[in-house]
Design a binder for this molecule. Structure first.
Ligand SMILES: Nc1nc2c(ncn2[C@@H]2O[C@H](COP(=O)(O)OP(=O)(O)OP(=O)(O)O)[C@@H](O)[C@H]2O)c(=O)[nH]1
Ligand SMILES: [Mg+2]
Length: 303
């Protein structure tokens, strides 16, 4: 299965909703005049009022004679709203590139690290991980399992002391070692935290500050992993995490498990934070760069 077909079949729950709306508008015979059905389906896909209204405005400006033409118009309008929203994972060769992963509980941080690592390994980069989720029981083991499968070294204890390290101490030591070894990329896994859990949010800030002590430019990237099933709430999460760390990009997971994938259109229209990758399943191949053309087509059920 190619990535494109994975993406499009992953988006099916959302696209069925929108496609039904487009079919409804067309069967009403209004040919681009009344767009109530379209508007409703865009809202149901969690696109938000503003983006939905703009897309409907685009529809009204054009003529269409069949559902496919209408799908094209909507897909083009969505794509235009997303033109600057994609920024694929970019890892310059040179000093160890540190990528800090943040996000609420269960959003997909750990599995996204594995998936993004696979892409780095395929490019010939060397990768290591710091298991800074010392909070959830089993979290370190989960990362180590993935590490074994991919042949990636995982830093799990505070080297030199052996005792259970604090997340910041472990992060510090991991960067030091990764730099020494000349590792290309170090992913730092962190504990899931609710954005209203103040101590855990502060701890995330502390990890980022500690990384800087070893490497002034680190973390070179801080990716917020967002569970796509939360829809528009993703925007709230982004704003709250931004108060603690400098979020450089988003990783959006579980687009296969939601009918609300439209939230990305609304969110990317409002936010300057680019989407680094999207996930549409639990397999290692189920993540890739945010291809806005394919996403827009997939979202309206084209292709
Ligand atoms: N269907 C689907 N499931 C996903 C996707 N990404 C992750 N998951 C699943 O979501 C669950 C949670 O993923 P984790 O990677 O453990 O999430 P986490 O953010 O590290 O969780 P905590 O460490 O507990 O905060 C796992 O069962 C993953 O397999 C996706 O794109 N699609
Ligand atoms: Mg995790």
């Amino acid at each position: 299965m190619t990535w494109l077909s994975r993406l499009k079949s992953g988006l099916r729950k959302s696209s069925q909703l929108i496609e039904n709306g487009l079919r409804g508008a067309f069967s009403n015979g209004d040919c681009g005049v009344s767009v109530d059905d379209v508007f409703e389906s865009l809202i149901l896909s969690d696109m938000g009022v503003e983006a939905s209204e703009e897309i409907c405005r685009d529809i009204k400006k054009q003529k269409f004679e069949n559902v496919e033409q209408l799908q094209r118009i909507v897909s083009t309008s969505i794509e235009q709203r997303l033109l600057h929203a994609s920024h694929p994972l970019d890892v310059p060769r040179g000093n160890t590139h540190v990528i800090l992963m943040a996000g609420v509980n269960g959003s997909g941080k750990t599995t996204s690290i594995a998936k993004l690592t696979k892409q780095c390994l395929d490019k010939g980069l060397t990768v290591e991980w710091a298991a800074c989720d010392t909070f959830r029981a089993g979290a370190v083991e989960q990362l180590c399992d993935w590490g074994e499968r991919l042949g990636v070294n995982v830093y799990t204890t505070y080297v030199g002391q052996g005792a259970k390290a604090s997340p910041s101490a472990l992060a510090y030591s991991a960067v030091e070692h990764a730099k020494e070894k000349g590792t290309n990329v170090l992913f730092v896994d962190t504990a899931g935290r609710l954005q209203n859990n103040v101590p855990l949010m502060q701890e995330l800030g502390k990890i980022a500050a500690t990384l800087k002590k070893v490497e002034p430019d680190a973390p070179h990237q801080t990716l917020l992993v967002i569970d796509g099933t939360v829809g528009q709430n993703a925007f709230v999460q982004l704003e709250l995490f931004k108060k603690v760390v400098h979020i450089t990009g988003l990783v959006v997971t579980k687009l296969d498990g939601t009918s609300k994938a439209g939230f990305l259109v609304g969110m990317c229209s409002k936010s300057q934070t680019p989407v680094v990758a999207v996930g549409v399943g639990e397999q290692i191949e189920d993540m890739n760069a945010f291809d806005v053309h394919a996403f827009a087509e997939g979202l309206v059920g084209l292709g």
